[in-house]
Design a protein around this ligand. Structure first.
Ligand code: C5P
Length: 223
């Protein structure tokens, strides 16, 4: 029988990352942060000074970039090595996010990352977080969640996150970036952001982390 997968898709700032890590820790399952793969390629492209408007160079970069994850079984932050360099902090920057979003629109890049993502499906189970986990990468997943939250709340969360890290940002600017990224992710020709038909939608606006984690865990058969 196949290894169970729980997919958690949604727009940036919906809380996917945090919720997925907590749920994976509670279940004792592996965790895939698929956005980190796109961000890692974006960071590598930046290091190599590649043109974000040159798809062929970005596809080559995708194949050439070594990406390793160091999971924390306790649900702490995932460390990401790009070509053997710890790029965890750089991955979270808006620059890396914007590069990831541009790169993610290239079909050959998505195809090249498909098998790398599926390789994360290891016993006893996988929580996969992203945009197309339930629709494209793990369409056969038994459990699918689509998280949403208002754009204002998502901007607010991101603002707090960055402020805690000592990064100075502007809330209006963040909101504009989030709306622009949403529009790009939802309208692109390949794997646009949309919930899988069999996904359970959870609106996290006004909900705390623990509340969302409990709602997600409640979807799985009691063990
Ligand atoms: O989730 P995160 O914000 O880290 O993702 C960064 C970007 O990577 C997204 O804006 C999206 O364009 C892209 N992405 C994607 N498919 C995924 C995960 C991320 O296209 N499964």
């Amino acid at each position: 029988e196949s290894i169970p997968v729980l997919t958690i898709d949604g727009p940036s700032g919906s809380g996917k990352g945090t919720i997925s890590r907590y749920v994976a820790a509670r279940l004792g399952w592996h965790y895939l942060d698929s956005g980190a793969l796109y961000r890692a390629v974006g960071v590598a492209a930046g290091w190599a000074d590649l043109d974000l408007a040159d798809p062929a160079a970005l596809v080559r970069c995708t194949f050439d970039t070594r990406i390793d994850f160091i999971e924390d079984p306790a649900g702490g932050e995932l460390r990401v090595l790009v070509n053997d360099v710890d790029a965890t902090d750089e991955l979270r920057t808006e620059t890396a996010g914007a590069a990831a979003s541009a790169i993610a629109a290239i079909p050959e890049v998505r195809a090249a990352l498909k098998d790398r993502q599926r390789a994360f499906r290891r016993a006893p189970g996988l929580v996969a977080d992203g945009r197309d986990m339930g629709t494209v990468i793990f369409p056969d997943a038994l459990h699918k969640v689509f998280l949403t939250a208002s754009a204002e709340e998502r901007a607010e969360r991101r603002y707090k996150q960055l402020k805690d890290k000592g990064v100075s940002v502007n809330l209006d600017g963040l909101l504009r970036e989030i709306l622009a990224r949403d529009a790009r992710d939802a309208s692109r020709a390949v794997a646009p952001l949309r919930p899988a038909e069999d996904a359970v939608r959870i609106d996290t606006t006004g909900l705390g982390i623990e509340e969302v984690v409990e709602r997600v865990l409640a979807l799985l058969p009691s063990r």
